[in-house]
Design a protein around this ligand. Sequence first.
Ligand code: GDP
Length: 535
Amino acid sequence: MSTDLSSKKIAQEVQRRRTFAIISHPDAGKTTMTEKLLLYGGAIHLAGSVKSRRAAKHAVSDWMELEQQRGISITSSVLQFPYGDYAINLLDTPGHADFSEDTYRTLAAADSAVMLMDVAKGVEPQTIKLFKVCAMRKLPIFTFVNKMDRYGRPPLELMEEIEDILGIRSCPINWPIGDGKEFKGVYDRLNDKIIVFDSQGTHGESIVEEVTVDLDDPRAEQLLGTDRYLKLLDDIELLDIAGDPFDLERVRAGELTPMFFGSAMTNFGVGPFLKAFVEMAPSPAEARDRAEINPTRPEFSGFVFKIQANMNPAHRDRLAFMRITSGVFEKDMQATLKRDNRQLKLAYPQTFMASDRDVAQRAFAGDIIGLYDPGHFRIGDTLFTGEPVEETEIPRFSPEHFAVVEIKEALKRKQLTKGLDQLSEEGTIQVFRQPHLGDLDAVVGAVGILQFEVLQHRLENEYKVKVRLRPLNFKHARWVDGEGFDEDAFNRADYTKVLRDRDDLPIVLFRNDWALNYCSQQYPGLRYLPNPPGT
Ligand code: GDP
């Protein structure tokens, strides 16, 4: 499929895109920050709409009651909004530890990440996990220290903690002036200016007024008060010794994290952060690890990183979320599915402008689109037109929790099979068969135990099947292949169990670390793979 757009126009569109995710520990303020980014982008307006959007958001996620019951966000969503000349794709990632597999996959679609931390808490466990996934890909990481309107830890201590725990050097781009109730503004280090926020009459519902003056302007001291001004001068001297100098190359290589301070609640610091972020973060054309695909290549390509079923129970729809890696996507275009070379019509594309789903006419490299999926797609699928492109690697994690699915009403077996099939394609769980039992008593595997509750809940609500999940006491799963693999021998031992995956490949469950080590020593000729062979 050819497009009528010139390559210059395509390059311009790609250049103005920024596709990123926010990573943080629950409660650091990601939801609040997301709303404020939308506010600063002009996607939502003024007082009250933040709150009503919160309500609207709940309506969107009504399909998943569990989400409300637990007050956690289970699914990722994608927000696209303009900011000045930029087109932003913000991948929202669930924060709860048990849903991290979904989060990891979402990070495969991002070109950079914003690491949000609570000034009082610093680096927290979930931040560490997510950081590691970003670091694996050498993703540029921007740090936003949030909740500066509260008293927290000294910024220099946070810089040290980031280096000690995460192993990345930091470079404050701005520096807080005061903290808690006295948090007045930030010092913009690259431009030698102070930015003072107007605290009158806003509770974070509208864009905060800023007064910007040069550091050596006499008004600076007046605005801050002599004490605070002198303290800032001291801090600046210290900082010049403590942090690393700003180096865009190192930022882009994921070796240096630019650091910002602010309060998502009062909006202080959100503006200066966003302005610097869009300039420093890479466009899809500059993102390093997509080098194998040229984003301005005129032919279309993209990969599926997430599948979400039944967003609206009334329609039984299923969406495949695709990150576009090159070219132009046009509504209803045909593309080749790399897995089996099938030609597919990419129908009903959706983009996500705040909470509204509109029909997208066109999308470019860096954009995320939701495709209507009648069951064609799997996570990790690559699609293209023209010359074939390389596959994009999506991190996979082998399950660590296993359970046998026992059905309460035998007549509903068909619905159960359909539900398990769809939920496994979506990546919620993995489904295995017990070879001697055919379709009876399937075994499900998940990375996080909470996923089982989601499974049970969704089977009951969306497929009308009640199941009991009988936990199996195994800890690891490995695809085993190689000369001399004796399935019976593995089945006879009580510390291993052989199952089949959906492609009928043998997969072995191991009781514990010992069992896995023992077998690898006993049968050294076999390969024990955490992912299916050939992936
Ligand atoms: P998430 O779990 O990371 O999405 O966090 P939320 O955005 O839901 O915020 C968690 C709590 O922290 C909420 O009560 C927010 O109102 C509060 N919060 C978020 N940002 C700030 C901030 O900048 N300052 C203060 N004081 N509270 C904040």
